[in-house]
Each structure stands twice: as structure tokens, then as C-alpha cells.
Design a protein around this ligand. Structure first.
Ligand SMILES: CC(C)(COP(=O)(O)OP(=O)(O)OC[C@H]1O[C@@H](n2cnc3c(N)ncnc32)[C@H](O)[C@@H]1OP(=O)(O)O)[C@@H](O)C(=O)NCCC(=O)NCCS
Length: 151
């Protein structure tokens, strides 16, 4: 995997506006904005920044899914996609995870996210009905390669 130019760091309160405005094609609604604000405050948001400008973020909930870490959101600015940023954020999240498996999920219709997870060797866990009508939630996980993890 070629490394995209830029760096990953934890988001702070000062990054909140940039995070909220990152995906111009899908403006963040009130509900999402409250969630992002809470996650930045709790230190659960990783940012990918290029030349001082956030271009992608990932929200990781510690032990948020049956005692396993859970990636709740992963977003890359539309103009910066297909340059390896989401892959880099996933890699960083996995390297920081302290649980044996890390989980994430996305709608069946999200071709890009599903292709990304397959490409990065995530395993399909199953599907959940009843969240978005007619568009099941596909759950994936990846097992940590490291030894220093808690069950
Ligand atoms: C899904 C998303 C995060 C991917 O981010 P990204 O930075 O473009 O992903 P990467 O560059 O790391 O992609 C790695 C690989 O995933 C696959 N992939 C990513 N996007 C793809 C697409 N639109 N179509 C097909 N394959 C895709 C490809 O195999 C790609 O490798 P390649 O570019 O060498 O062919 C991005 O499209 C996005 O922000 N979408 C909107 C938000 C969203 O739906 N998030 C997921 C649910 S929270």
C-alpha cells in the first residue's frame, strides 16, 4: 500500500468545524453534528491531515460492540478519495485498538466502503436488518495481529 502524503493525529475541539465541513457533498445534519462534537470531545476521533488541513476522519468507539472496539464512522473529503486515506486511518485505528477484534459496519448499498473493507482484508461477520429499511447493515471485523491485546 503506498502511503498517502499527510499525517494522522487525534482531533481536538479546534478541529470540529473542519470535521463538520469536510464532506461538502453530504452536509452534516444536526444529529450527526451533535454526535461528531461528542466524539471529538471524548477523544474518539482520528484525523488525517494534509498540509495542516483535515481531509479525513475516523470515529472509534472503545469496546463499543459486544466488548470490541467499533469503528462508527469513516469519512474522506470527496476530492481526496482513492488516494489511500481511509486505508491509512483504518490501519492506524487497528494499531491503536486494544481488543482482539475490531468491528465496523456499513449499508449494503455502500459500494465504496465494502470494496475498501474487502481490499483491506476485513472479514464479513453478518448482516443486520431493521436499521435502514431495504438496505441491510453489513458488519465486518478484523483480528489484531499483535499479541498485547485484551480478549
Ligand atoms: C468509503 C470511503 C471512506 C473510502 O475512502 P478512500 O480514502 O477513498 O479509500 P482508499 O483510497 O483507502 O481506498 C482503498 C481501496 O478501497 C477500494 N475503494 C475505495 N473506494 C472505492 C469506490 N468508490 N469504488 C470501488 N472501490 C473503492 C479500492 O479497492 C481502493 O483501492 P484503489 O483506489 O487502489 O483501487 C470514502 O469513499 C467516503 O468517505 N465515503 C463517504 C462516507 C462513507 O460512506 N463512509 C463509510 C461508512 S461510515
Amino acid at each position: 500500500m503506498t502511503k498517502p502524503m499527510g499525517q494522522v493525529r487525534r482531533a481536538t475541539q479546534g478541529d470540529l468545524d473542519a470535521v463538520l465541513n469536510l464532506d461538502q457533498r453530504n452536509p452534516v445534519g444536526h444529529e450527526r453534528s451533535e454526535l461528531l462534537s461528542a466524539r471529538v470531545r471524548s477523544g474518539e476521533c482520528l484525523l488525517f491531515e494534509r498540509e495542516g488541513k483535515p481531509v479525513g476522519y475516523l470515529i472509534m468507539r472503545s469496546r463499543g460492540f459486544f466488548g470490541r472496539d467499533f469503528i462508527e464512522l469513516l469519512v474522506v473529503a470527496a476530492q481526496d478519495r482513492r488516494t489511500g486515506i481511509a486505508s491509512r486511518l483504518l490501519h492506524e485505528a487497528l494499531s491503536q485498538s486494544l481488543t482482539r477484534e475490531t468491528f465496523t459496519s456499513t449499508n449494503e448499498s455502500n459500494v465504496a466502503m465494502i470494496a475498501l473493507l474487502h481490499k483491506r482484508d476485513w472479514t464479513f461477520s453478518g448482516q443486520l436488518e431493521g436499521i435502514d429499511e431495504g438496505d441491510p447493515e453489513f458488519v465486518f471485523y478484523k483480528r489484531a495481529a499483535r499479541a498485547a491485546i485484551r480478549p
